[in-house]
Design a protein around this ligand. Structure first.
Ligand code: UDP
Ligand code: MG
Length: 340
């Protein structure tokens, strides 16, 4: 796309009257999407400046891409010198989307931040609803709630079970189907920055900080190009992180089930003694013992595993390593008004 058609001047009010919004866009191997992303961002920034008293800029976070996405992003921006300011930080390796978002968030100084995927699945049109909720209705967080009809029964059921677990016993309820696509006011993102845990499940953190929050339903678009990066294994790990960082229920279950098993076996023991003493019925030895020993062993191992999950996370937190390392931080485009 050429710049020639962008020759209409935008009647910018004085800068001081405008609020600033930074888009934080993490990407990992999205080479085929970044150019389209820049076009969409430029178009939205232009439209938003007309509709709202806001100025838009963006931080792209390269989460250890191994393709040529960074070069393409640089080229795309060099070819489009007019548009919102764009900064890019590159992490030293792939840290995962949750951490990439945190890295981007750490740089933000704007009045609000909008977090968005780089694959164009999050429609810019929804951002208007975010801004409306923030500017006109005073919400600190406005988040997108995706309809997931297309994802298949298994993934949907898993999603439901997960949210059920988290919401039944977590400290702060988590909105179902809410993702990272959202707007956070300065107050909200500064609060989020203070949560320094290494194992992050953003969803849990968003709800933990509280504030007035509003949901905006939207239909995610199809991925522009490439494939989703969350493998079942990655999702499973993230789910474990989410559970262990949000609720102590699995640990408590150990005590509850232990108590239950004690009552059960105690009762059974008493019954065998009564049988033997008063009715003279011989106790069946071997099978009973095998079943009980096997059952108790299995329950113990399961909860040893649960304790291990929590303990491992304590270790990671105690080590206190930085959340991420930055390889470079460059300004790819400075804010330039559309030619007048
Ligand atoms: N992403 C990232 N680091 C990763 C994996 C993904 O920054 O390790 C980015 C990815 O480039 C995209 C967003 O996170 O911008 C969402 O990822 P994806 O589309 O693969 O997942 P979805 O949520 O759509 O299934
Ligand atoms: Mg996606």
């Amino acid at each position: 796309m050429q710049n020639s058609e962008m020759s209409h001047p935008i009647a910018l009010p004085r800068r001081g009257d405008r609020k600033t919004i930074t888009f934080v866009i993490p990407f990992h191997n999205e080479a085929l999407n970044l150019e389209a992303m820049v076009d969409a961002l430029d178009a939205y920034a232009k439209a938003a400046a007309r509709k709202w008293p806001v100025t838009v800029d963006a931080v792209f976070v390269d989460d250890g891409s191994s393709d040529d996405g960074v070069d393409r992003l640089q080229t795309a921006l060099a070819q489009r010198p007019r548009g919102p300011a764009v900064r890019m930080i590159r992490l030293s390796r792939n840290f995962g989307k949750e951490v990439a978002l945190a890295a981007g968030l750490d740089l933000v100084q704007a009045d609000a931040v909008v977090m968005m995927d780089a694959d164009l699945q999050h429609p810019f049109s929804v951002v208007d609803a975010f801004i409306h909720g923030w500017l006109n209705e005073g919400y600190e967080i406005v988040y997108g709630v995706a309809s997931h009809k297309s994802e298949g029964a298994v993934k949907n059921a898993a999603r439901r079970a997960f949210h059920h677990l988290m919401n039944a016993h977590g400290e702060a309820p988590i909105a179902r189907d809410a993702g990272d696509f959202r707007l956070l006011s300065r107050r909200a993102y500064e609060a989020l920055r203070r949560l320094g845990e290494r194992q992050r499940m953003m969803k849990g953190l968003y709800s933990w900080i509280g504030f007035r929050q509003k949901a905006v339903p939207f239909t995610p678009l199809r991925r522009h190009a490439g494939r989703a990066k969350f493998s079942p294994l990655k999702l499973w790990m993230l789910t474990l992180d989410g559970i262990t960082s949000n609720t102590l229920l699995p640990l408590r279950l150990a005590a509850i089930i232990g108590l239950f098993a004690a009552l059960l076996t105690g009762g059974y023991g008493l019954w065998t003694i009564i049988e033997k003493l008063f009715f003279g019925i011989p106790t069946p030895g071997y099978p009973t013992i095998v079943v009980i020993v096997g059952f108790v062993g299995a329950v113990q191992l399961i909860f040893l595993g649960v304790i291990g999950e929590y303990l491992g996370r304590v270790l990671v937190e105690v080590r206190g390593r930085p959340l991420y390392l930055v390889e470079s931080d460059v300004t790819l485009r400075v804010q330039r008004r559309i030619a007048s």
